[in-house]
Ligand binder design. Structure first.
Ligand code: ARG
Length: 455
């Protein structure tokens, strides 16, 4: 592609060290779409005749078909996807093919291809997120009346509906989808026409190229357009945060599926056994998903680090952008699909969960609230109930089974009726009726809202 200036063949080592086609071949559809739009603009400016344009378009579409059917062999000697396709085009249609790269550099070409690819990826991942949300809402709906302990510090805190716990992840995933769609907005700027760095003296109608490729605007600074990869960093950041959420869900699943908790049954299809211990049923999918979060963070850090010291504009370092980004896209997509499948087939052991949620200590805060209603300042109420908890522990009796005289000597507010009502789990849940809290009505409404929103 640059034989005019060079007398020696490139070193074999440089060829294998410098090639990117083993990764960026995956951009072939977007590269071809961009090239057809570029060729149409060349025709618009009189660089190509209608016949030449058609021959380029047919040639490119033929190459695309061959790649799709596995009949195209990419060559590492041709470095990247762009040069592989262009060289093949010229081999197929002759001299006209050599006109395609007029007023274009691989710098604006790759800046376009990568934006196009990631815009699509962002849309596909948003769809996978929706499917995982649906799986979680479905599981929540199947166990809509089931309670389990909610935890802080991994210590039992307060009773919650299992559905409320799952819907917390549905909310997180919704923000993840929002971040991906925001990132796609920042990709919505058509860079072609920026050339290598300073545009071209051959003027093309960039706006019609943008329209053809589905961009709402063209980039307004040629140096920025070829130099920055912030859009890829932003996508990686969104995927890293999404990975963190899936990892926390996985961790909950792993804990719930353990004998210590015993809340969740995973299907045989989504677990593995041990080669040694016959009794084992391991939650490998959740563990792998938790583990793969590491590479999502790593890919983000790698690209940020690659970019941070680069002078404007394009530097070859930037070729390192694709491997990590494509890996994150693939990893997140696969993870979302498999976790959705796992959650759809999981079920709560409602009896075990209820038994744990019925621990009266989980309603100690409610008891303090009753004191507050009787005029006791909360800090004082906290101390009084803390004393009752200590007393129950000392007497080795469940909190709600302390003698009535113990309650009443702690505070006259704690009459038998108040105590009885406070430790009634159904009443306790029904009382949590402010917006966002898990009363049965609220949780039912949220299940309904999400089902409708996701359908
Ligand atoms: N394969 C290259 C990349 O991904 C394409 C751009 C090459 N540009 C250049 N000036 N060598 O970055």
């Amino acid at each position: 592609m640059w034989k005019g200036r060079f007398k020696e063949e490139q070193s074999d080592l440089l060829k294998s060290y410098g090639e990117s086609v083993s990764t960026d071949w995956q951009l072939f559809r977007h590269d071809i779409r961009g090239s057809i739009a570029h060729a149409r603009a060349l025709m618009g400016s009189g660089i190509l005749t209608q016949t030449e344009f058609s021959s380029i378009e047919d040639g490119l579409l033929g190459i695309q078909k061959d790649i799709e059917s596995g009949q195209f062999e990419f060559s590492r000697d041709l470095e990247d996807v762009h040069m592989n396709i262009e060289a093949e085009l010229t081999r197929r249609i002759g001299a006209t093919g050599a006109k395609l790269h007029t007023a274009r550099s691989r710098n604006d070409q790759v800046a376009l291809d990568f934006r196009l690819y990631l815009r699509d990826a962002s849309g596909q991942i948003q769809q996978h997120i929706r499917n995982l949300q649906k799986a979680l809402v479905g599981l929540a709906d199947r166990h809509r009346h089931a309670l389990l302990p909610g935890y802080t510090h991994l210590q039992r805190a307060q009773p919650v509906f299992f559905a409320h716990h799952l819907l917390a992840y549905v909310e997180m995933l919704d923000r993840d989808a929002g971040r991906l769609s925001d990132a796609a907005k920042r990709m919505d700027s058509m860079p072609l026409g920026s050339g290598a760095i300073a545009g071209s003296t051959i003027i093309l109608d960039r706006e019609s190229v943008a329209r053809e490729l589905g961009f709402s605007k063209v980039s307004t600074n040629s140096m920025d357009a070829v130099a920055d990869r912030d859009f890829a960093c932003e996508l990686l950041a969104a995927l890293a945060i999404l990975g963190m959420h899936i990892s926390r869900l996985s961790e909950d699943v792993i804990l719930w599926a353990s004998a210590e908790f015993g809340f969740l049954d995973l299907s045989d299809r989504h677990t593995t056994g041990s080669s040694l211990m016959p009794q084992k049923k391991n939650p490998d999918i959740a563990e792998l998903a938790r583990g793969k979060t590491g590479r999502l963070y790593g890919n983000l850090m790698a690209l940020l680090t690659t970019m941070k010291g680069l002078p404007l504009t394009y530097n070859r370092d930037m070729q390192e952008d694709k491997e990590g980004v494509l890996d994150s896209v693939q990893t997140v997509s696969d993870t979302l699909v498999i976790i959705a499948e796992m959650m759809s087939a999981a079920s709560l052991r409602e009896d075990r969960a209820l038994e744990a949620a019925s621990d009266p200590l989980l309603l100690a805060t409610d008891l303090a609230d009753r004191l507050v209603e009787g005029g006791v300042p909360f800090r004082k109420a906290h101390e009084i109930v803390g004393g009752l908890v200590a007393l129950a522990q000392q007497k080795r009796t469940p909190l709600h089974l302390l003698n009535q005289s113990d309650f009443e000597s702690a505070s006259p507010v704690l009459t038998q009726e108040v105590v009885k009502k406070t430790f009634d789990l159904n009443l306790a849940m029904a009382a949590r009726k402010a917006i966002g809290a898990p009363s049965p009505d609220n949780v039912a409404r949220e299940i309904q809202r999400w089902s409708e929103q996701l359908s």
